[in-house]
Design a protein around this ligand. Structure first.
Ligand SMILES: C[S@@+](CC[C@H](N)C(=O)[O-])C[C@H]1O[C@@H](n2cnc3c(N)ncnc32)[C@H](O)[C@@H]1O
Length: 213
């Protein structure tokens, strides 16, 4: 019923979160989305944006994926359904309210081989000693990427977490912001023997950085 009504007008449930302010679970045109006050977090334009990035990456030899910024888990649905990727996924999310929403509203528990860790991605990257074939960095608070994720010290830890055949997909900004920081990170990754591709205005909004070994 809610799904049908959502074709006529959007139906929204609001949930308060310490990290993300007011989160909105919105039924719109028969589909459920996770939004903040000013941004789509999951299952809307964000999902399309990450899919565009993933289309540039060869997942056939990929054995494990790290996702920094789990949100409602829409990229997991994309990996499993659109790319038939069935191997291990480790997802890091700072906000326990977001994880609860992902489980209760978006049923992410149905996905096999998925480990969800509630932690700050910056701290996780500092102490992590595992290596991954694909790392997706999708860390936003509303429309902003916290400044620590533009620091080179964070990217040094990301490189340590890369296997010898690793790719990185960085959802690097909204509305062409932070160009200087993105150029700096691209140059750092290039110096560390990654091939770099930058996609601007993906879905008319986001900048994606793709790095491949
Ligand atoms: C755009 S959403 C992620 C969407 C998700 N990748 C998907 O596919 O649906 C950004 C997420 O980053 C999380 N986040 C922001 N800062 C973080 C941090 N320091 N550590 C871990 N997660 C963080 C937010 O709580 C939010 O859930």
């Amino acid at each position: 019923m809610v799904r049908l009504l959502s074709f006529i007008y959007p139906i929204t449930k609001k949930v308060k979160s310490e990290f993300n302010g007011t989160l909105e679970i919105t039924w719109y045109n028969g589909k459920k989305h996770l939004n903040t006050k000013n941004a789509n977090y999951s299952y809307g334009s964000l999902q399309k944006i990450l899919k565009t990035g993933l289309q540039k990456i060869n997942l056939s030899n990929c054995n494990n994926v790290l996702i920094l910024g789990f949100g409602g888990g829409s990229v997991i649905k994309t990996l499993r359904k659109d790319f038939s990727y069935q191997n291990t996924i480790t997802a890091i999310e700072i906000d326990p309210v977001v994880i609860k929403i992902a489980k209760e509203e978006f049923n992410v528990s149905k996905f096999n081989n998925l480990e969800i860790i509630c932690d700050d991605a910056f701290k996780f990257a500092e102490k992590n000693d595992r290596q991954f074939d694909l790392i997706i960095v999708d860390l936003f608070i509303d429309t902003e990427i916290p400044s620590s994720f533009y620091q080179i010290s964070f990217w040094e830890n990301i490189i340590k977490a890369c296997s010898s055949k690793s790719s990185i997909l960085f959802n690097a900004s909204l509305d062409s912001k932070n160009d200087h920081e993105i150029v700096n990170i691209a140059s750092f990754l290039f110096k560390n023997k990654f091939q770099i591709e930058r996609l601007d205005k993906v879905n008319n909004t986001n900048t994606l950085l793709i790095a491949k070994r």
